[in-house]
Ligand binder design. Structure first.
Ligand code: OGA
Ligand code: NI
Length: 360
């Protein structure tokens, strides 16, 4: 990426503290093995094995107190992730002209790009995006009354030749984990395990291969600027370099997430915040880069279908005691608005769920 372009420079209050080796603990680590030995989470009953009930309690605490947690014994074959990480590195090692053959544009938001902006500052990274269900349908325009749709198709590079197959196989494996987590979260809200599943028919989930090159000025730029994930849930695989920071709910401090071999980092997105009527919050996070090592990560963004209207779940609101805190909004329109705003620098703050908050 060469010389540091002013587009990458964060405002002073958003620049990271570069203290290496400091990793405050506290982000919950959850062992999902009870899930692997249980047949199904169908229904919510006190008859689930104790190990599952305990797991649901752990998930509840983690979602409520942190919005972030890490999981082990999650069922995604480690060898598959390792092979995908190798292929991702091979892709990003290609010359820029080669990568740009599968470049995203305003017509097709999938593929390669290196100019993403978060909150109007350029991120120190390059990415490759693909959808989990190919093709995926999203709204054609942001106009509320325009019901025309756009069909998005994945674009695959010629090299490495196994990238497509690995991405597709990985999608299926991590999707299974995402549904398991969704079911646990549903139980943790006192709802039937499968309560949220139907929202994901015709899902708009996508996976991103992230590459953060070494950065000569890691104290001025960020790999990804502070943001909240807009979807339901994020299931993130990283390498062992580290750099993800989470804003701790108790005091607003930026906490570095430890890298734990063969684990996934999970975070609640804006949609679960709205569905749960603020019982769980989508927490701000960012990625700090460093001057020596490149870093790779692979988030799976678990998103409902574009035609879903998002609002607090009926079971969790009560007109008197617990009124809905959000007006309903169209996921498809919200998603498309965000995709457009990330594409280039705009002069206004992008769309946030707080725009749908009902004043107390
Ligand atoms: C993201 C994100 C974290 C990471 O892409 O939304 O937060 O560690 N990534 O790459
Ligand atoms: Ni994120």
């Amino acid at each position: 990426m060469g010389e540091v372009d002013p587009a990458f420079i964060q405002a002073i209050e958003h620049r990271p503290k570069i203290i290496t080796g400091l990793e405050a603990g506290g982000i919950p680590l959850i062992d999902l093995s009870p899930l692997l030995s249980s047949d199904s989470l169908e229904g919510y009953s006190k008859d689930h094995p104790q190990a599952i009930l305990d797991l649901v309690e752990e998930i509840k605490g983690a979602c409520r107190d942190w919005g972030f947690f890490q999981v082990i014994n999650h069922g995604v074959p480690y060898d598959l992730l390792r092979r995908l990480q190798t292929a991702a590195k091979e892709f990003f090692d290609l010359p820029l002209e080669e990568k740009r053959k599968v470049r995203r544009d305003e017509e097709n938001p999938l593929g390669y790009y290196d100019t993403e902006h978060t909150k109007n500052v350029r991120d120190w990274k390059e990415v490759f995006d693909f959808v989990v269900d190919d093709p995926t349908v999203i709204p054609l325009s942001l106009e509320p009354d325009d019901h025309r749709v756009r069909v998005m198709n994945n674009q695959w590079p010629e090299y490495p030749s196994d990238l497509r197959e690995l991405c597709e196989e990985y999608s299926r494996a991590v999707e299974k984990l995402a549904f398991n987590l969704l079911n646990l979260i549903s139980l943790s809200l006192g709802l039937p395990a499968k309560r949220l599943n139907d929202f994901f028919k015709d899902q708009t989930s996508f996976i991103r291969l992230n590459h953060y090159p070494p950065c000569p000025t890691p104290h001025l730029a960020l790999g990804v600027g502070r943001h909240k994930d807009a979807g339901a849930l994020t299931v993130l695989a990283t390498d062992d370099v580290g750099g993800l920071e989470v804003k701790r709910k108790t005091d607003g401090e930026w906490i570095r997430v430890k890298t734990i071999p063969e684990s996934y980092i999970i975070n609640v997105g804006d949609i679960i915040q709205v569905w749960s009527n603020d019982r769980y919050e989508s927490v701000e996070h960012r990625v700090v880069v460093n001057s020596e090592k490149e870093r790779f990560s692979i988030p799976f963004f678990f998103n409902p279908s574009h035609y879903q209207m998002v609002k607090p779940l009926e079971e969790l609101v009560d007109e008197e005691k617990e009124p809905a805190r959000y007006k309903e909004y169209s996921w498809g329109k919200f998603f498309s608005a965000r995709k457009l705003s990330n594409f280039k620098k705009l002069t206004v703050e992008n769309l946030q769920i707080t725009d749908f908050k009902i004043a107390k």
